[in-house]
Design a protein around this ligand. Structure first.
Ligand code: PEP
Ligand code: MG
Length: 326
């Protein structure tokens, strides 16, 4: 009941066997942070900045972005706020930006980190604003749609250059700003061991990863039956990413809609996922679920799920094994 949830709100989330899990929230606008601060969320796992930065297809100035990020980090002072750099590229958002955006296949074209690296005039003001906000709270920087190790290293170099510039200009910055990346392409899954040597953390973008793994447009109703987050192909990909990150001592979040999918949550816990980032109104029920589950006891279910052939078999397995939950 409400008392139980009220109590959970003031404690760290732990599984029944004592694993520390962070349950964070996703936001798209700085104003949402006041709702999130009351939701029981233990941080922001994904701040999608495209809506705030690209008003009327105009890039917000460094100063305006700085004010917005500062507001976000001061609203949740002790908690990690993961801000994703602009993830634009396939719609009207870029109309006025002198970016040639005609693409026959935009989901496979110039978007995410590709656009940021090709147009540093978009990326650098955002990075400077974020780095300046680091003086006021715990901010982490995250790059979207990374496909290769070279892309991530290049982006990280640009962050380092901006840190140097700002310090030369006398700005006060945090000295432990984490720089991580979304894992949402099959190539990033395959190269997770090498990417984990350069990234401070991973956040699995399941919405896009399912799309690219099954080669099915996430917005196309005709091929919706192939869009299966619970499919063993997806579960194996996630498990691989988590294990390889942990080998390098790095942590892993999942910030796509799958993190709020009830039947997926026990499996993600069993895999060792470190953070779930979900809509604010899902935070407390997830914290409650995790506190009642033992990651260790779920190992046989996880291994069975990984050996199945399709998503509906996985769903049936979970519902049969954990009947109280569903
Ligand atoms: C994702 O792809 O899962 C994700 C969180 O990013 P977006 O939905 O913004 O593409
Ligand atoms: Mg995505």
């Amino acid at each position: 009941g409400n008392n139980l949830l009220g109590k959970l709100k003031h404690e760290e989330t732990r599984s029944a066997d004592g694993q520390r899990i962070r349950v964070s929230a996703n936001i798209s606008l700085p104003d949402e942070i006041s709702t999130v601060a009351d939701s029981g969320a233990e941080g922001i796992g994904l701040f999608r900045t495209e809506f705030m930065v690209m008003k009327d297809a105009q890039l917000a100035s460094e100063e305006r972005q700085f004010q917005a990020y500062k507001k976000a980090v001061t609203a949740m002072p002790d908690q990690l706020i993961v801000v994703r750099t602009l993830d634009i590229g396939n719609d009207k958002l870029v109309d006025n930006l002198e970016v040639d955006n005609y693409q026959l296949n935009p989901a496979l074209g110039m978007r995410g980190i590709r656009l940021g690296l090709a147009h540093e005039e978009l990326l650098r003001p955002q990075l400077r604003a974020l780095l300046r906000a680091s003086a006021y709270g715990k901010v982490a920087i995250m790059f979207p749609m990374v496909t290769t190790v070279a892309e991530f290293r290049k982006a990280r170099d640009i962050v380092d250059q901006e840190i140097d510039h700002l310090k030369q200009q006398g700005y006060d910055l945090a000295d432990d700003i984490q720089v991580g990346m979304m894992v949402e392409t099959p190539a990033a899954v395959t190269m997770a061991d090498q990417l984990a040597q350069y990234a401070d953390f991973f956040s699995i973008g399941s919405n896009d990863l399912v799309q690219y793994l099954f080669a099915t447009d996430r917005t196309n109703d005709d091929t919706k039956s192939l869009y299966q987050p619970l499919h063993p192909a997806m579960l194996r990909s996630i498990f691989r990413v988590i294990r390889q990150a942990h080998t390098e001592g790095k942590w892993v979040s999942l910030c796509g809609e799958m993190a709020a999918l009830h039947v997926a949550e026990p499996l993600l816990l069993a895999m060792g996922l470190d953070e779930f980032s979900v809509p604010a109104d899902h935070v407390l029920s997830l914290r409650h679920l995790i506190s009642g589950l033992s990651a260790r006891q779920l190992q046989p279910v996880l291994h069975k799920a990984l050996s199945l052939q399709n998503a509906s078999e996985v769903e049936q397995l979970i519902k049969k094994t954990l009947p109280d939950l569903y």
